[in-house]
Each structure stands twice: as C-alpha cells, then as structure tokens.
Design a protein around this ligand. Structure first.
Ligand code: ACO
Length: 419
C-alpha cells in the first residue's frame, strides 16, 4: 500500500481514501501522494519503518493483560453496595477490596476505608484473578465516587496486592476505571494521591494542574495531609483499553504524512565497500536526486576516502591490536567497569526486558572476543564505537541519572582519555 505513486480514484474519478486497519477502532489514512522511488531505489513499507510492536515493553505488558482477560484468568468487575439487594458475592468482593486497601494503604484508618468502600455513593472496580480452585480472588481495585452533576469522579483508594504490583495491573486497572468513568458520563477524574504514588498517577495521565473550576469540586472531595491533588481529563475519543493501538495509529499517520513531504521512505542501494580508493560523493545513490543541478554544496565536492585500514599492513594491525588490548585491560580493571564486564543477565539483574529494549547489546567480554578474533577491529573507530554503544545502551535502559549510568559515564571518560 505504501508503495503507491498515485492517489487511488473510484469509477467517478473521485479520490478514494485508503486506510490502514491495524485495529477495528483505528483506521488510518495512507499517504495520498507519497513521493515515488526513482529507478533503482525502493519504497520502504510503513511496517518496516515502524519495526515490530514487540520491541516496546509497554506493548508486551498490554498484550499479556489482554490475553489474561480473554482467557478469563483476570477480570475487572464493578462492585457496589446495593443495600438489601446486595448479593453475597458482591459483599465478599467489597470485603476483599477493603482488605487490599487496608493492607496497601496503612496510613488510612481502617474504619474510614471500610466506610467508604461500603458507602452506597461510592463504587469500585475490582481486579479479580482466578485462583487454582477456579474462584476469583480480589487482587486489587479502585474505589471512587462519581459526581455525575459536576461531571467528575473522585478516586478515593487505589491499590494492587503486593504480590501483583509492577506487572502492569495498576495501568490496566486505571484504564478500566477511565472507561467506566466515561460510561457514567464523567469527563474528569480527581484524586488526592499519596505523595509516593504521584509518579504512578503521572504515568496514568494525571497532572497536578487542576483545570476543573474550584466551585465544582471544593467541599465535595476528601483532602488529607501529605497528599497531592491531581486531575486527569478523559477524552471521549480515546479508548483507554486500546492505547497501544492508538499510539501505533498515530505513528502510522506520521509516517504516511512524511512520505508526502520527504524521501525518508526511499531506500537506495548500498555502496560497494570494497572500493579502496574512495568514491565520488555524487555517485552515492540518492544524492543526485537531492542535488539534481549537479552542483552540490562545496563540502560534498570532495571524494569520500575509506578509513585507513590497518590490516593492509600486518605490522600496523599488530600494533593497533596491542594498543587496543592495553586500553581494554585498563578499562576492565577500572572501578566503574563491573556492570559492563559480562553480557547482561536478565534473570540475575532483574532487567527482564533488557533484550527487548536493547537491540544491539555489547559488553566488555564481547569486545574482548572481537579483539581476539584479530580482524574485527581493523580501525580504532570501530573499537571506540563499540565502547560508546555499551555506555549508550546503559543510558537508554537505565536513564541518564541512574547510578549504573553514572559508572558508565566515568568509564567512557576514562576510556576516551586512554584511547
Ligand atoms: N513510584 C514510582 N513509579 C511507580 C510507582 C511508585 N510508587 N508505582 C508504580 N509505578 C510505575 C511503574 O514502575 C510503571 O512504570 P512503567 O510503565 O514505566 O514501567 C507504572 O508506574 C505502572 O506500573 P504498574 O505495574 O501498572 O502499577 P502497579 O500494578 O504496581 O500499581 C499502584 C501501582 C496501584 C500504585 C501499586 O503500586 C500499589 O498498590 N501501591 C500501594 C498503594 C498505593 O500507593 N496506592 C495509591 C495511593 S493514592 C490513592 O489511593 C488515591
């Protein structure tokens, strides 16, 4: 579809809007007039440009959650105290919710939690997991009070059982709560978040900026010491249970728009790397399409020279290898080197999604192996690129301010000084 050069027209000559259908809810128009590929080049498919969905850890978590819901191992049910009509099952679930909240929110007085969970103006969304006996057990939940007249809901308590935390259930529970709130006609969720839960709420789209007019909520919601009032706007058009599909649709939209205004989807054949004497810059496939006047900027008029390749000269190669080995020995014995000595072991380190996030892993042992081969590091630049990638991977996975990243930074500085 992405390779088309002309917009499609129907039998009346009207333009037909082609769409990518990645999900029943997301139809994305494809590029109307994508820039065509010149002879010899090809158009890269949108799916190729985006890469596999599985490379994103959040998508994997989401898919796992959806599967668990599909096969009935997990479900989310609305539970409330219907007074005399309340079934035994509902009461058991309300009790289960109260127990999770009391355990996970130890600063909240037990009678207060019990009162709100059983209060008939409140309702809860319970996260239920099927136990080995087939019965559902409350593993978490969100207790809220809808204020339909003012169009907002107040989340009173939200918690996941300790054994199930940080596995994505909190995100899914919030998505379910948002969809429930939308179905009740609410457009805003407010909560007084425990200060240590503020980062979680931020990730769920809550902000400290309250846009709901004061007179709509003041006096209605509960306020405590040591909490932060946060707000999340609910958008009618967003299906909070299909966020990855929506993000993918947006990415496809962007790629398709780019195809109309740039050549980034056009792939030219590669350059023959065996040419040792350098090549004329303008002979690089694609450049003459950018500078059709044959008058490229002056800095492109020179020839591209291949890097000086040491293995043309066995003596120079041996000298380079010796130097790289000396530097590598010093790097390996540096105090900051310990996280980089061996390939990352996801089980031992707890970085279970490491190889999903880091697509080009590298470590000092692998660098040593490459150096031992003899022909791998034919230039110093290739060696430097590997060490730098090792540190870049660390920043990417852990974030720049993580203590392991700080060690990586120290090691790179030391390395660059020695090399
Ligand atoms: N601090 C920083 N980040 C957090 C926290 C936290 N306390 N809790 C979760 N996150 C992050 C996760 O790392 C994850 O980040 P990622 O998407 O980048 O990987 C993201 O938030 C979502 O994590 P989930 O696995 O979906 O959340 P989880 O299942 O752990 O549930 C919850 C989060 C409900 C806060 C749970 O940790 C919990 O029950 N905590 C104890 C009770 C609590 O504090 N409740 C909120 C009190 S405020 C109130 O009730 C109004």
């Amino acid at each position: 579809m992405s390779g088309k050069e002309e917009a499609k027209v129907d039998e009346n000559g009207e333009e037909v809007e082609e769409t990518y259908c990645i999900d029943p809810i997301c139809k994305v128009p494809s590029a109307k007039r994508p820039r065509p590929a010149p002879p010899g080049a090809r158009v890269q498919e949108t799916a190729d440009i985006l890469g596999p969905d599985s490379q994103h850890a959040y998508v994997q978590k989401w898919v796992k959650m959806e599967e668990e819901e599909k096969n009935g191992n997990v479900k989310f049910d609305v539970v409330r105290n219907d007074g005399p009509n309340c079934s035994r099952e509902q009461l058991v679930r309300l009790l289960g919710l109260k127990n999770v909240f009391v355990k996970q929110l130890p600063n909240m007085p037990k009678p207060y939690v019990t009162r709100l969970v059983f209060d008939r103006k409140h309702e809860s969304l319970a996260l239920l997991k099927r136990g080995t006996d087939g019965d559902y057990i409350v593993m978490g939940g969100c207790c809220y009070r809808p204020f339909p007249k003012q169009g907002f809901g107040e989340i009173a308590f939200l918690a996941i059982s300790h054994s199930e935390q940080v596995r994505g259930y909190g995100t899914r529970l919030m998505a379910q709560t948002k969809e429930r709130a939308k179905s009740l006609g609410l457009t805003v969720l407010l909560t007084c978040a425990d200060n240590n839960a503020v980062p979680y709420f931020k990730k769920q789209g809550f902000s400290k900026k309250i846009t709901l007019p004061l007179n709509m909520w003041q006096g209605y919601i509960k306020d405590y010491e040591g909490v932060t009032l946060m707000e999340c706007k609910l958008h009618k058009k967003v299906n909070y249970l299909r966020i990855p599909a929506m993000l993918k649709a947006q990415k496809i939209c962007l790629v398709e728009k780019l195809k109309e205004v740039s050549n980034s989807h056009i792939v030219y054949p590669g350059i023959d790397a065996r040419k040792r004497k350098g090549i004329d810059v303008m002979s690089i496939p694609g450049l003459s399409d950018i500078y059709p006047s044959k008058d490229p900027p002056s800095d492109l008029k020179t020839k591209v020279k291949p890097p000086s390749i040491a293995n043309k000269d066995p003596e120079a190669q041996a000298e380079l290898k010796q130097h790289l080995q000396n530097v590598l020995n010093q790097v390996k014995s540096h105090n900051a080197a310990w996280p980089f000595i061996e390939p990352v072991d996801p089980q031992k380190t707890g970085a279970v999604d490491y190889y999903e996030v880091i697509k080009n892993p590298i470590d000092l042992k692998t660098i040593q192996d490459r150096l031992d081969i003899g022909w791998y590091y034919i230039t110093k630049d290739i060696f430097i690129a590997d060490v730098r990638r090792m540190v870049e991977n660390c920043y990417h996975y852990n974030g720049k301010h993580h203590y392991v990243s700080e060690l990586g930074g120290q090691l790179e500085k030391f390395f660059m000084h020695k090399i």
